[in-house]
Design a protein around this ligand. Structure first.
Ligand code: AMP
Length: 206
């Protein structure tokens, strides 16, 4: 075993990430990881069509962790939007796990609870923000989120977000975040709504 190459080494991830991948028990990348990780790491905008259970979360979290590397400043440098509180918590947990050998700070924002603890967490400093659209806009309106350092934006379960009627919130978010950034769009389906939105959101996607 010891001399066997770790298939994740093909991605040129750093040691901290390879160690976390080993801790998580992943021995081989899934198909979506094989395809999306190199493209995202090369800086492309990526459109990923993948259902839950395919390993899609790690497919965008690993390139993100690699890009950010270590804690820096107080303001978020990456924004991950997801439709539900459950999904936000799940993504944040995956990012915590895969980032456990780094000092990157992940903060999860969602509704259904008071904002106090989330505001506290933001004030401690954050590298990756994982959030539902509405709670993000609420805390942004309160002046608790500085967006000028955002360089990567991920939209997970885009089809569900559009089905749930989040388009106005997403549009509003796109108006306020820096335009020069990398975008990753993940969706279980490629229905017309998603395709249309992808033209708006992605630049020369792969
Ligand atoms: P997801 O599709 O992102 O919701 O991931 C589904 C499950 O697969 C999660 O529990 C992950 O921890 C797990 N997973 C992700 N990538 C791998 C991998 N390469 N090998 C084994 N399990 C994985």
């Amino acid at each position: 075993m010891e001399n066997q190459a770790n298939p994740f080494e093909q991605f040129k991830l750093n040691r901290q990430l390879l160690d976390a991948i080993a801790d998580a028990g992943y021995t081989e990348p899934t198909p979506i990881q094989e395809q999306a990780i190199p493209l995202a790491m090369a800086g492309h905008d990526v459109l990923g069509i993948a259902q839950t259970g395919t390993g899609k979360t790690a497919a965008f979290v690993l390139p993100l962790l690699m890009k950010l590397k270590y804690a820096q400043g107080a303001d978020p440098r990456a924004l991950i939007l997801a439709p539900t509180r459950e999904l936000v918590m799940q993504i944040a947990k995956a990012a915590e796990e895969l980032g456990s050998h780094t000092d990157l700070r992940i903060v999860a924002l969602y509704g259904g609870v008071g904002p106090k603890a989330q505001i506290e967490a933001l004030r401690q400093g954050v590298d990756i923000l994982v959030t539902t659209p509405q709670r993000f806009l609420d805390l942004y309106a309160k002046g608790e989120i500085v967006l000028k350092h955002i360089k990567t934006m991920v939209l997970d379960e885009a089809d569900k977000m559009l089905d749930m009627g989040f388009m106005p919130q997403i549009r509003r978010i796109l108006e306020v975040i820096p335009t020069k950034r990398q975008n990753l769009l993940f969706s279980a389906t490629f229905q017309e709504k998603v395709e249309k939105f992808s033209y708006e959101f992605l630049e020369f996607p792969m």
